[in-house]
Design a protein around this ligand. Structure first.
Ligand code: 5GP
Ligand code: ZN
Length: 173
């Protein structure tokens, strides 16, 4: 399924209005190299449907995203073992910014597959503060658990376009 949003770079890539370096494509999803990679091999897995939030992606599409990321992860690892690939990989981050405050800059949902190595420049600035009590963790877990037991009725979230919030999760290139 594909929809197109004017001024969306990923829709333009999907519709071949912008160039990209594609590694995989089928009727629902596409994967291509990030134009400004954290590290060499940084790949984006993108549903073709234009939705900002992962909860608005139809199940038949979203359930393809993780398996493809897993295959890309595996093959990046294989490539990093080839002396001519230039891909340095000791570990991998899967990263998905689901909204502006989470660091989303392209408002078309996408999953990053990022090769990582010790001493690279990728940073997540975490300031978790004081850990909550077990009672508080249990209370939150119970609220989520109850909702998970309800039949799934996804509600579309209003797309955020402004104002732009400075994210507290920063990808350094
Ligand atoms: P976000 O911050 O939304 O999670 O990540 C957006 C990602 O899209 C960034 O890593 C950025 O480099 C990448 N990106 C932005 N514009 C383009 C583009 O035109 N082509 C490609 N291939 N990647 C892009
Ligand atoms: Zn789009």
């Amino acid at each position: 399924m594909a929809t197109e949003q004017v001024n969306c770079v990923f829709c333009s890539i999907i519709n071949r209005k912008l160039p990209s370096s594609i590694v995989y494509e089928d009727e629902d999803i596409i994967a291509f190299m990030d134009i400004n990679p954290v590290n060499k091999g940084h790949t984006l897995v993108v549903p073709k449907i234009h939705e900002q939030y992962m909860c608005d992606i139809p199940d038949e599409t979203s359930q393809k995203i993780f398996p493809l990321a897993q295959r890309i992860n595996k093959n990046l690892r294989r490539l990093s073992e080839a002396s001519d690939s230039g891909i340095k990989l000791e570990a991998v981050n899967l990263f998905l910014a689901d909204g502006i405050a989470a660091g989303q800059e392209v408002y078309h949902s996408h999953l990053h597959v990022i090769p990582r190595f010790k001493g690279d420049s990728f940073k997540l600035h975490n300031q978790y503060g004081t850990p909550p009590s077990r009672q508080e963790l249990d209370a939150t877990a119970n609220r989520i658990k109850q909702l998970l037991q309800e039949p799934s009725t996804p509600q579309p979230i209003q797309s955020q376009t402004s104002p732009k919030i400075v994210p507290d999760v920063i990808i350094h290139n």
